[in-house]
Design a protein around this ligand. Structure first.
Ligand SMILES: *Cc1c(COP(=O)(O)O)cnc(C)c1O
Length: 359
């Protein structure tokens, strides 16, 4: 830390992203990207958009917001486009939370929430999960506080039902409820229909996972028009051209290619079931996932050791050092070929362990 770094941030611990090796030598199952390319139309429109790169992008992202609004049966004023949904989460926390309005989220969830709370000097409270890693909705009912919940939750992959989400939104009418739907396309019910009935609900989604655009950095937040306007004030006060030209076009084309999108989500669901069964046969405990990853644990090997041994063998998965979940690993669902390689390496590790044990 330099002597000039503001003391406001002296104790800020930034979010630690999963490794992003810049060569392609690993089977990469650690940051929940899609294993599939985006629709083939994406690269040509990016190329075309790049021809105007000397000009600023549209600060309102109007064409993109219209496309998102059409897709969800909303109006463009219900949509703010963001540089990844992490940016949307930051604006939502910043706009609606402060000393008097703390934010509540599950104790085990996306690691970015406590970081943005601290960054913005927002007090936060956490609520533990049940023994089985599910969220106990009753603990969020009528608590009269702002709440942020990832649905499906990360890194567990477990989803709440639409009724459970509604229960939280309905019983906290004077507070903002943020539902982070980064993984919703892989099998959970979206809360978008609730937007027609509740004006305290915000929903974030991303093009990074189900839509294969992680490197394009595109997300959005949906909500009542006055909430979106508040966040737009902050966006225009910090980064008005937050969406670049190429990414805006890529997002529009990706939304249009809906059959491609549905097929790739289905392929992930199929590979998830396949991988889950194979891991079960190897004795793993697996949480019921509605996301594009599995959260797994084995009595035969510790979480960190499995992560390290797989890395030696060229497969990256995600391990979290938080002691509450350090026995576990999160494995992104890739192609079937990738999953077969991952499974083969896990079996190989178990065989090596048995040999080491026999010595
Ligand atoms: C990946 C992820 C996001 C955001 O990703 P972006 O690439 O910034 O859109 C948000 N929430 C959760 C739970 C995630 O896993």
């Amino acid at each position: 830390m330099s002597k000039y770094f503001s003391s406001r941030f002296a104790s800020l611990e930034p979010y630690v992203p999963g490794e992003q090796p810049q060569d392609m030598s690993y089977i990469k199952l650690n940051t929940n990207e899609s294993p599939f390319d985006p629709p083939k139309e994406v690269v040509p429109v990016i190329r075309e958009a790049a021809r105007s790169i000397r000009l600023y992008s549209d600060p309102e992202s109007n064409e993109l917001r219209q496309a998102i609004a059409d897709y969800y049966g909303l109006e463009p004023e219900n949509v703010m486009a963001t540089n990844g949904s992490d940016e949307a989460l930051n604006y939502a926390f910043m706009a609606f939370c402060d000393e008097e309005h703390p934010i509540v989220f599950p104790e085990i969830t996306y690691g970015f929430y406590p970081v943005i709370a601290k960054l913005n000097n927002i007090p936060y409270e956490t609520i533990s999960l049940r023994e089985d890693y599910t969220i106990d909705v009753r603990e969020y009912e009528g608590i009269n506080k702002n709440i942020c919940i990832a649905n499906p939750n990360a890194p567990t992959g477990i989803a709440l039902s639409l009724e459970e989400v509604e229960q939280i939104v309905r019983t906290n009418p004077d507070n903002i409820i943020i539902i982070d739907e980064a993984y919703v396309d892989f099998g959970a019910r979206s809360a978008v229909p609730l937007l027609y009935r509740y004006d305290n609900l915000l929903i974030t989604q991303t093009f990074s996972k189900s839509r294969s655009l992680a490197g394009g950095r595109l997300g959005f937040i949906l909500g009542a028009k006055d909430l979106i306007a508040d966040m737009n004030t902050l966006r225009n006060a910090s980064n008005p051209y937050n969406i670049n030209r190429m990414t805006a076009k890529a997002g529009i084309v990706t939304l249009r290619e809906n059959t491609y999108f549905k097929n790739s989500c289905q392929a992930i669901q199929f590979n998830r079931r396949y991988t889950s069964r194979a891991l079960e046969a190897l004795g793993f405990e697996i949480l019921p996932s509605s996301a594009n990853f599995l959260f797994i644990r084995s009595e035969r090997i510790g979480g960190e050791e499995l992560y390290l041994r797989l890395k030696e063998k060229g497969v990256l998965i995600r391990h979290f050092s938080d002691p509450k979940i350090s026995d576990w690993n999160r494995v992104t669902i890739g192609t079937k070929v990738q999953m077969d390689k991952f499974l083969a390496k896990v079996e190989e590790i178990f065989v090596e362990q048995d040999e080491e044990g026999a010595k």
